[in-house]
Ligand binder design. Structure first.
Ligand code: UDP
Length: 404
């Protein structure tokens, strides 16, 4: 059998791997189930795809279930997402009825596995009501919120809190997101897998090949933002920043690389808006990638001189970690989880406006030495804090603490 974990010892040291085995030892006879709302696209799916096989290898019986719903369900949950990230949203009663009925239906499907599990992790608001429909549950239920709920729309949060309050614990990515809830709250920032196709070292010829395929000129500066086409990722703001910077650096090129997630109905409209903003500029490459284009994204992040993640709200921002790990300074929106990763003036710059982003682009592209120095710090910062092994350790510790 291939031993997945041994390969990580080369990146983080054998001690870290030994500690994982030790922690997992107490959980060997336990059954753990993760539930979310999409198998492909977005950060949650990205994390679960890596965690589940590693937890299994650690000897813990781990399952990943995905709930299903109709278009109205995803419209409703997208509005929850927007509302929790502070927007005013419309929430007709029939959407809420459909949201609850969809969860009741999924609860019926998942009842055998969920009622019997020792620990159930429910990711984000979409499946949050499942617990209400499985009152006979045996194990501990934990709500894992990946969203920036620093300043949620109060009406939406009050509604969702009604479902979440019954859980045994919840997990947030950073302290600023913690909410008044009648149970223990844990802080666990997400992580990336350094050995995945998204993050593994690539040969130069592969990076060249990807750039050639998309008409990106590697002899000129390249700025990249990788994101779903979502208003909170502010693709139009990135194009504005590029435009301002281009006055001073006429050679620069911008790549917006994104796709849509299966549970995100707003992608097309945001993509169309970005295309309008680009207005046919041949140096703006707006790419629509399939959800499994991991090596392509890896190559684009490596081809970048600088990475931008100009989000207006961000639960964590795995794309930031991915870029930092590749030794790229990140110019990131001064919000949510980006603040944990972009240490201003060290691993990148925090910005609030397109003008601010343009200023930092200009500054860094004029100082290659600075890019290199920040890039080095960025990679080491991720090695210490945001690799999957740290994340697994915290999940294992949490499981031990809720069970014993
Ligand atoms: N991603 C991808 N294809 C895309 C856009 C994003 O594979 O077209 C990946 C990206 O590399 C990252 C994850 O999806 O691993 C996005 O996670 P993040 O936390 O940055 O944002 P979210 O989409 O969860 O809001």
């Amino acid at each position: 059998m291939v031993n997945l974990l041994d390969a990580y010892a080369e990146v983080v040291g054998q001690d870290v791997i030994d500690q994982l085995h030790q922690l997992a030892g107490t959980l060997r006879d336990k059954r753990v189930v993760h539930v979310n709302s999409t198998r492909l696209g977005g950060g949650v799916a990205e994390i679960l795809e890596k965690h589940v096989p590693l937890l299994r290898e650690l000897g813990i019986e781990t399952h990943w279930e995905v709930i299903t719903g109709n278009a109205a369900f995803y419209q409703c949950t997208k509005s929850f997402h927007n509302g929790l990230q502070g927007k005013t949203v419309n929430m007709p009663n029939d959407w809420l009825r459909n949201f609850e009925e969809t969860n009741a239906f999924n609860a019926e499907q998942l009842r055998p596995i969920l009622s019997d599990a020792d620990i159930v992790f429910i990711h984000d608001p979409q499946p949050a009501p499942l617990l209400r429909y499985i009152p006979e549950r045996k194990g501990k239920w934990i709500w894992r919120c990946h969203i920036d709920i620093n300043r949620p729309n109060r009406v939406i949060w009050r509604y969702l809190r009604g479902f979440v309050a019954g859980y045994d614990a919840s997990i947030f990515s950073l302290a600023a997101f913690v909410q008044p809830l009648p149970h223990a709250q844990y802080l666990i920032p997400p992580s990336i897998d350094p050995l995945s196709d998204k993050n593994i070292d690539l040969p130069e010829h592969e990076i060249d090949g990807v750039c050639e395929r998309f008409g990106i000129d590697r002899t000129r500066p390249v700025i990249v933002q990788v994101s779903r086409y979502d208003q909170f990722k502010d693709p139009v703001g990135v194009i504005e920043a590029y435009r301002i910077a281009k006055h001073f650096l006429p050679d620069i090129q911008l790549v917006l690389a994104g796709g849509s997630a299966a549970d995100d109905p707003e992608g097309e409209a945001v993509l169309a808006e970005a295309r309008r903003a680009a207005n046919g500029d041949p140096d703006v490459h707006i790419l629509l990638l399939p959800p499994d284009a991991h090596r392509t994204i890896n190559a684009l992040q490596r081809a970048a001189d600088l990475v931008v993640q100009k989000s207006l709200r961000e639960g964590f921002g795995l794309t930031v970690t991915e870029a930092l790990w590749k030794g790229k300074p990140v110019i990131g929106g001064d919000t949510g989880g980006i603040r944990l990763q972009v240490i201003d003036h060290h691993t990148g710059f925090l910005v609030n406006t397109p003008e601010g982003a343009a200023l930092r682009i200009r500054y860094l592209l004029h100082d290659r030495h600075k890019i290199e120095e920040m890039g080095h710090k960025a990679r080491e910062f991720v090695r210490e804090n945001f690799l999957i092994t740290r994340h697994l350790r915290e999940y294992l510790t949490l499981m031990v603490s809720v069970l014993y």
